[in-house]
Design a protein around this ligand. Structure first.
Ligand code: 9MR
Length: 446
C-alpha cells in the first residue's frame, strides 16, 4: 500500500489548488506526475504523424507512457514478408525517450491489421508458426530495452470466451499464444509481456474465458507477465465488477493494466453527459489504484480529434479526456481528481480525562472523555487507570469496562471507536468506594 501514498508535498499542494479552483486547467500537476506519485503509469495512444505542436506538447507533458495507435502493428512494420519498415514506430519510441516516457508496444500478434501476405496466405501449422515467431523475435529484438510492455497477443478470444478462430487460432490452436510469448521473452527478457483483449473489463463469459486461459498458460510456464483490459466503454456503463475483475487476475500472480480506455457517448456531447463521463473516468482510475498490481492506465487517444470512435460508431464520440481543440474536458478533471495525492496518515494519538460527576454514601459516578489529538481518525481506543484506594466499577455505559484488582481498562464499543482527528468520545461508569475516593492520578489512552 505504501506505493499509493504521496510523498511529494509540492504535488499535494498543486492538487489542492486544482481542487479549490474546480477546473481541470487549475490542476496544474500533470496527470503523469499525479499517476507516478500513486504508483501507476498514465499513458496514451498516439498517432506518430501528429507528434508536433500542441498535440506533441500535451502528449509529452501529461502522459508518462505512449502506445503507438497503429505504427507497431504487423501490417505497418512488415507489410511485405521479411521487409520491415520501422519509421513510424521509431518516431514514437524516439519521442517517448526524448520526453522521459515509457512505451507500451502494441501489438505483435493480432488477427486484424495484418498484412495480406499473412491474412490471405495458405499456411501449414509449421509455416505459420515459423512466420509468427520470426515476426515476434524481429520486432521485440529491434526495441529491446526500449519497450517496457508488449501486447504480445491481442484479442485472442470470442465474446463467449472461446478461442477466436483467427488465422492463428484456426491454424495453430491455443498453442500459438504460448509460442508468441516464449519468442518475446527470449528476445527481450526484461520487457513485460501482456495478453490484451476487449469486453473483458467486467466479470462475464469473455473475462471468465480469459481468466481460464491465463491460468492454463501460467500452469504451462508460459511467460505471461500481465493482462490488459482495453476498456472501450460506454457512457454510464463502467462495469461494477471492474475492480473485482482486475483483482481476480492479479491474484493469479500477473500484473493488470487498463490499456485502451475511452468512454463514448451519443453526440452531441452535453454538459450533463460530460459530467457523467468525468465520473466514469474517475471510477476506472480508482479501480486501477485499488488493485496493487494494476500497473497503469492508457487512454486510447487523448483528444477527441484522434479517436477511432466516430469512424467505427457513427453518431458516437467525445470519448477521450480532451476535446478536438485540445482543451481538457471534465473527464480530465475526473482522472486528475482520482489521482489526487493521498495525505499520509499523521501520528496517531489520544488523551483521556476524568471528571467526577456525583458521589453519595458508598457510590459515585465518573465520566471519561477520550480526545483524538492526532491528525488521522482513531480506529478504536483503550483507556486505563488505577484505583489504589479500592474503588470498584459496578456499571458502565458507552465503553466496555473491566477491572482486575486496582487496574481498570475501558475499551470502545462498536459504535464509538472511530473518532475523527480533533474529535472526542465520552463514556461513564458507576463505582463503589469506602474510606476515600481520590480521582485517578493518571489515565492512559491508546
Ligand atoms: O486506434 C486504432 C485505429 O486507428 C484503427 O483504425 C483500428 C483498426 O482496427 O485500430 C484501432 O485500435 C484498436 C487497437 O489496436 C486494438 N483494440 C481496438 C482498437 C480500436 O479499434
Amino acid at each position: 500500500m505504501l506505493r499509493r501514498l504521496i510523498t511529494t508535498t509540492a504535488l499535494l499542494a498543486a492538487a489542492l489548488t486544482g481542487a479549490a479552483g474546480g477546473t481541470a486547467a487549475a490542476a496544474d500537476a500533470p496527470l503523469r506526475d499525479l499517476a507516478e506519485a500513486r504508483g501507476i503509469h498514465l499513458g496514451t495512444a498516439v498517432t506518430g504523424g501528429k507528434l508536433t505542436g500542441a498535440y506533441a506538447d500535451t502528449a509529452a507533458a501529461q502522459f508518462g507512457s505512449l502506445t503507438p495507435g497503429n505504427e507497431m502493428k504487423w501490417g505497418s512494420v512488415e507489410p511485405v514478408r521479411g521487409q520491415y519498415s520501422w519509421t513510424g514506430a521509431d518516431r514514437i519510441v524516439d519521442f517517448a525517450e526524448a520526453h522521459g516516457q515509457r512505451v507500451r508496444g502494441h501489438t505483435l500478434v493480432w488477427h486484424s491489421q495484418l498484412p495480406s501476405w499473412v491474412s490471405g496466405g495458405t499456411w501449414t501449422p509449421d509455416a505459420l508458426r515459423a512466420v509468427m515467431t520470426d515476426h515476434v523475435t524481429t520486432q521485440v529484438t529491434r526495441y529491446k530495452g526500449r519497450v517496457h510492455q508488449w501486447d504480445v497477443v491481442n484479442e485472442p478470444l470470442n465474446e463467449d470466451g472461446t478461442l477466436r478462430q483467427s488465422v492463428f487460432g484456426a491454424t495453430l490452436g491455443e498453442s500459438y499464444i504460448a509460442d508468441a510469448f516464449r519468442a518475446a521473452r527470449a528476445a527481450d527478457p526484461a520487457a513485460k509481456l501482456y495478453l490484451n483483449d476487449y469486453s473483458t473489463d467486467g466479470v462475464g463469459a469473455k473475462s471468465d474465458g480469459m481468466y481460464a486461459l491465463v491460468r492454463r498458460l501460467l500452469a504451462q510456464g508460459v511467460p505471461v507477465d500481465g493482462v490488459g483490459f482495453q476498456a472501450h466503454l460506454i457512457l454510464g456503463q463502467v462495469p461494477a465488477s471492474l475492480e473485482a475483475n482486475l483483482r481476480r487476475f492479479a491474484d493469479l500472480g500477473v500484473d493488470v493494466a487498463v490499456t485502451e480506455l475511452d468512454i463514448r457517448m451519443t453526440l452531441p456531447a452535453t454538459a450533463e453527459k460530460l459530467d457523467r463521463q468525468k465520473a466514469d473516468y474517475a471510477a476506472v482510475t480508482r479501480a486501477c489504484l485499488a488493485v496493487t498490481r494494476c500497473a497503469g492506465i492508457t487512454v486510447w487517444g487523448f483528444t477527441d480529434s484522434d479517436s477511432w470512435i466516430p469512424d467505427f460508431f457513427p453518431g458516437q464520440g467525445a470519448a477521450t479526456p480532451y476535446d478536438e481543440q485540445l482543451n481538457p474536458k471534465p473527464a480530465y478533471a475526473g482522472i486528475a481528481g482520482a489521482l489526487a495525492p493521498v495525505a499520509p496518515p499523521g501520528p496517531a494519538g489520544c488523551t483521556a480525562t476524568y471528571t467526577a460527576q456525583s458521589q453519595w454514601g458508598g457510590g459515585f459516578t465518573g465520566q471519561v472523555t477520550v480526545r483524538n489529538t492526532g491528525t488521522a481518525p482513531l480506529a478504536g481506543w483503550t483507556v486505563g487507570w488505577e484505583y489504589p484506594a479500592g474503588q470498584r466499577i459496578t456499571q458502565a455505559w458507552n465503553a466496555a469496562v473491566t477491572q482486575t484488582g486496582t487496574a481498570v481498562t475501558a475499551t470502545h464499543l462498536p459504535y464509538n471507536g472511530t473518532v475523527p482527528a480533533g474529535g472526542s468520545a465520552t463514556f461513564g461508569f458507576n463505582a463503589s468506594w469506602t474510606g476515600a475516593n481520590p480521582p485517578p492520578a493518571a489515565l492512559t489512552c491508546s
